[in-house]
Design a binder for this molecule. Structure first.
Ligand code: NAD
Length: 418
């Protein structure tokens, strides 16, 4: 991973909070409160592996804030998962939910493991034991996990089942991103990508541009990246490069979603896709394009490569892909960045819809979900755009002003207990 020594994810998150606090003259007491997560859980996840040996993984769940409602955020299975990163992502979830106007605070979780080296049985054991360890702290009115990097609807089904077994009744609303058959929502799988492409289209429209005449580069080919390819192509854009952890591929004539995804399904990677040129992930980020969608991991656009980025617009489907220094460089170079808390919020918006449908016991059609997602995204994009124009600031700072102001107001109204 292209991690730079610039700063850790938590330092970046705190630095972003300081920047906005200064701008909105945030009450120092509320600022202090928002710097600290409400709850940090570190749990051991001992697993009897298929070979009979015991391995102990470390799991985390951080709940950053619950001033606007129960906390919400994904679970990541990755060897780089650390408390620092989980804390940062929990804080970003608070801002993401607030900027989208959702009745949630932020949380994040993860298990430090390499899921590619685990069998399905071992993965299920990791999921069930981790869920058991955090069970007292999660619940439909407390904290609602969802999928993130290398977790998926099957992981959520195991989490839901484990929590339900401990409760002695079915509790579908404890997690979102579940399969449809056990209370998932239409549109959840594609929601992050759909929201990201919709946000990009909105900001292009504000700037008099049209996605149908644009070229798109996507880093990462999982849930967020692959669906972004599918949706951008369906919207009429030409996707000229995509990548996964093994390599990137490019073809200036365009890459067909069906063909690339079938190839990745068959071979395990986009690398060596027929008719395309292999490139490194590093080079991919520097390709000339109208829209760049980082949809892999954090810290990908840094002070080192930001001067060479040649995108007309960046929409952050990933969490924290741009460092603070890179953000400043891109702003100076007049390359707008739709920040993660807006561009990657489609998933949590539809998660909120899934949770609401579970609590009601009444389900919406795919069309209803899609229309409501567009409505929520559209409102948030317009608000962020207006503030950035009015205050002559970058989109990230504008989004943070909306988000932090909303959370601060909720915190002020509720007061500090006791
Ligand atoms: P995923 O596990 O489905 O896919 C991750 C993809 O990134 C894979 O294709 C993998 O090969 C690729 N990848 C890993 N390391 C890479 C590297 N060094 N360079 C290039 N590609 C690399 O994960 P996802 O759910 O698509 O999440 C991707 C990003 O989107 C993460 O930052 C996640 O936090 C963010 N996100 C996801 C959701 C969601 O609903 N899935 C919601 C909001 C944000």
């Amino acid at each position: 991973m292209n991690k730079t020594p610039e700063c850790t994810p938590l330092q970046l998150a705190l630095c972003q909070l300081d920047r906005v606090a200064k701008k909105i003259k945030l009450d120092p007491c509320i600022h202090e409160k928002l710097k600290h997560p409400k709850t940090i859980l570190i749990v051991s996840v001992p697993i009897k592996m298929d070979n009979g040996k015991l391995e102990v993984f470390t799991g985390y769940r951080v709940q950053h804030n619950i001033d606007r409602g129960p906390s919400k955020g994904g679970i990541r299975f990755h060897p780089d998962v650390s408390l620092d990163e989980v804390q940062a992502m929990a804080m970003w979830m608070t801002w993401k939910c607030a900027v989208m106007g959702l009745p949630y605070g932020g949380a994040k979780g993860g298990v430090c493991c390499d899921p590619k080296k685990l069998s399905d049985r071992e993965l299920e054991k990791v999921t069930r034991r981790f869920t058991t360890e955090i069970t007292p702290f999660i619940g439909p009115r407390k904290d609602i996990p969802a999928p993130d990097v290398y977790t998926n609807p099957q992981t959520m089904a195991w989490m839901m089942d484990t929590f339900s077994m401990h409760s002695a009744h079915a509790v579908p609303s404890v997690v979102t991103g579940k399969p449809l058959e056990i209370g998932g929502s239409y549109g959840r799988n594609e929601a992050t990508a759909r929201g990201c492409v919709f946000a990009a289209e909105e900001f292009m429209r504000f700037r008099g541009k049209d996605i149908r005449e644009s070229t798109v580069v996507i880093q990462g080919y999982g849930n967020a990246g692959a669906f972004a390819h599918k949706i951008a192509q369906a919207e009429g854009a030409k996707v000229i490069a995509v990548s996964d952890s093994k390599a990137g591929i490019t073809n200036p004539e365009g890459l067909d979603y069906e063909a690339v995804s079938a190839f990745k399904e068959e071979t395990g990677s986009v690398k060596n896709f027929p008719g395309a040129k292999n490139i490194t992930n590093r080079k991919l980020l520097e390709l000339e394009c109208d829209l760049l969608i980082p949809a892999a991991l954090g810290n990908q656009i840094t002070a080192e490569n930001a001067p060479r980025i040649r995108a007309g617009l960046i929409a952050e489907a990933a969490n924290g892909p741009t460092t603070e220094e890179a953000n400043i460089i891109l702003h100076r170079r007049k390359i707008p960045v739709i920040p993660d808390i807006v561009a990657s919020a489609g998933g949590v918006v539809v998660s909120c819809f899934e949770w609401a449908q579970n609590l009601m016991g009444y389900f919406w059609t795919a069309e209803e979900v899609s229309t409501r997602l567009n409505d929520v995204m559209s409102l948030a994009c317009r608000r962020v755009w207006d503030i950035s124009r009015e205050k002559k600031i970058d989109l990230r700072l504008a989004a943070y002003i909306v988000a932090v102001s909303r959370v601060a107001e909720a915190a002020r109204l509720r007061g500090i207990y006791p």
